[in-house]
Design a protein around this ligand. Structure first.
Ligand SMILES: *Cc1c(COP(=O)(O)O)cnc(C)c1O
Length: 461
């Protein structure tokens, strides 16, 4: 039976119209933030005892609130890591919302979990993981890294306990000097130390540098310190430069020492799907876990991070199942409950927009779309090399291009960037590398053209 009252029917129309207009923009308006006071003046008070009605609330969102949010999918938004969800993915996000699915357990969300796992299988196969590998979609790379590291520590502790060895005084994991800030947050939550290994000239953590750091640790702090090292994180595409660590070298060192290798590929592992970059990730098939965010470079809306374990049973030993009388019914033998593999219990079926888009367009289209952003980044690097007033800070490996405007100070970059945003033309905030303010393009949107890049570079002349 289907029944809408007049108000609900009107709201269905209004919401679908909004989605139609937003998805039809080419390009979308870039928009820009307002101050708290400006928003308060424009919006006033929306939460009232009687409600302002869906029409009015939508109007406020459309005309005021949404316009005070920068569009992450604008083709000249090259800030941080922007987003470029397909229309299929965005539309399916509406479907997920309309379906009221609880995707924490197989019992309640079997169909959704099955489809999510199909999408995870594609990623897992790209990485060369075995058929028994598996995982789930968590809200973001931060939760993904934390969950994987929690599983790695649990495994290390269990191994020591089983061998009758004492628990080390400090737990530590290792990463390269250019690894993501979320790892430090994970270290705080897990109450562990981070052993930061200096990188090579290209910004990579390599096998030899890792081995040297581990040996030094053993010399300085003794065997107990070595027992305390429970994982090494290799970054597959740093956020600042898109640099991929020497995963093969890291794996070799870690296999010899029985260490868990986690790959943080939140941004960069999407490039596993592109033939021209696939070999950069050599060695990943032998790691223990990885993350990649479909909301970054895999054309899905926020918030979705794929977390995949080589041996999910090890992760389940660390994370699940949560114990409570009312949860016992969920824990039937053999059921795949996503909540057992990461921090969290209740789950949106947040992998479904990615699954739907992948099913709609096919995996080849993903490879092509990622190749096209890589080609744009390479063209950007060539343009920068050809212009007299800018120079590359490093040769890009993936789709992030970092460069300096000769003669500019931090304030010049700041003013330039603010002007671009104020004009609604582009969003390209500067970044800081080794104390120097420089410019940075992160290109994940296939709609970003070489002409867009040229037009932005022209504003620096
Ligand atoms: C973005 C990013 C993260 C964090 O991911 P969120 O989805 O923002 O939580 C972790 N690692 C790397 C390399 C990233 O680029």
């Amino acid at each position: 039976m289907h029944r809408f009252d007049a108000q609900a029917a009107d709201l269905v129309r209004a919401i679908c119209d909004f989605a139609r207009v937003r998805l039809g923009f080419d390009p979308v308006p870039l928009d820009a933030p307002l101050s708290w006071d400006e928003l308060a003046a424009a919006v006033g008070s929306t939460i009232t005892a009687e409600g302002i009605g869906g029409r009015r609330a939508l109007e406020v969102f459309d005309e005021e609130l949404s316009r005070a949010c920068i569009s992450t999918d604008h083709p000249r938004n090259l800030a941080f890591i922007p987003a470029a969800p397909t229309k299929a993915a965005v539309l399916f996000d509406l479907v997920v919302g309309a379906s009221s699915i609880y995707a924490g357990s197989w019992m309640e969300g079997a169909g959704a979990v099955f489809a999510e796992n199909e999408a995870l299988r594609w990623l897992s196969d790209l990485a060369g993981f075995p058929a028994c590998a598996g995982g789930l979609f968590v809200p973001g790379g931060t939760v993904g890294n934390l969950s994987a590291l929690a599983a790695a520590r649990h495994a290390a502790r269990s191994r020591l306990t089983a061998a009758g060895r004492p628990t080390p005084p400090r737990w530590r994991f290792v990463c390269g000097a250019e690894a993501h800030s979320s790892l430090y947050q994970a270290a705080t939550v897990l109450d562990t130390e981070v052993v930061v290994v200096p990188t090579d000239d290209a910004g990579r953590l390599t096998g030899p540098l890792l081995a040297e750091a581990l040996d030094r640790l053993a010399e300085q702090d003794g065997a107990q310190a070595v027992d305390g090292v429970f994982a090494v994180v290799a970054t597959a595409g740093t956020t600042q430069f898109g640099t991929v660590d020497d995963i093969r070298g890291v794996v070799d060192v870690c296999q010899a020492r029985g260490l868990w290798v986690h790959v943080d590929g939140a941004y960069g592992l999407a490039a596993l799907a592109a033939a021209s970059t696939h070999s950069l990730f050599d060695g990943i098939a032998e790691t223990d876990s990885f993350i990649v965010d479909p909301h970054k470079w895999l054309f899905a809306p926020f918030d979705a991070c794929a977390l995949v374990y080589r041996d999910p049973a090890v992760a389940r030993a660390a994370h699940g199942p949560q114990r409570a009388g009312y949860l016992e019914v969920l824990d039937s033998a053999g059921a795949w409950n996503p909540s057992d593999y990461a921090i969290g219990l209740s789950r949106r079926a947040r992998g479904l927009p990615f699954w739907f888009s992948l099913a709609t367009h096919g995996t080849l289209a993903y490879g092509r779309a990622i190749e096209s952003t890589l080609a744009t980044a390479r063209a950007a690097a060539l343009q920068i090399a050809a212009l007299p007033y800018v120079e590359l800070v490093r040769e890009p490996q993936l789709s992030i291009v970092v460069f300096r405007r000769l003669g500019w100070q931090a304030a010049d970059y700041q003013r330039w960037s603010e002007n671009l945003l104020r004009d609604g033309f582009a969003f390209v905030p500067p970044t800081v590398h080794e104390g120097e303010t420089v410019a940075r393009f992160a290109i994940v949107n296939p709609r970003t053209t070489v002409d867009d890049i040229g037009a932005i570079l022209a504003t620096m002349a």
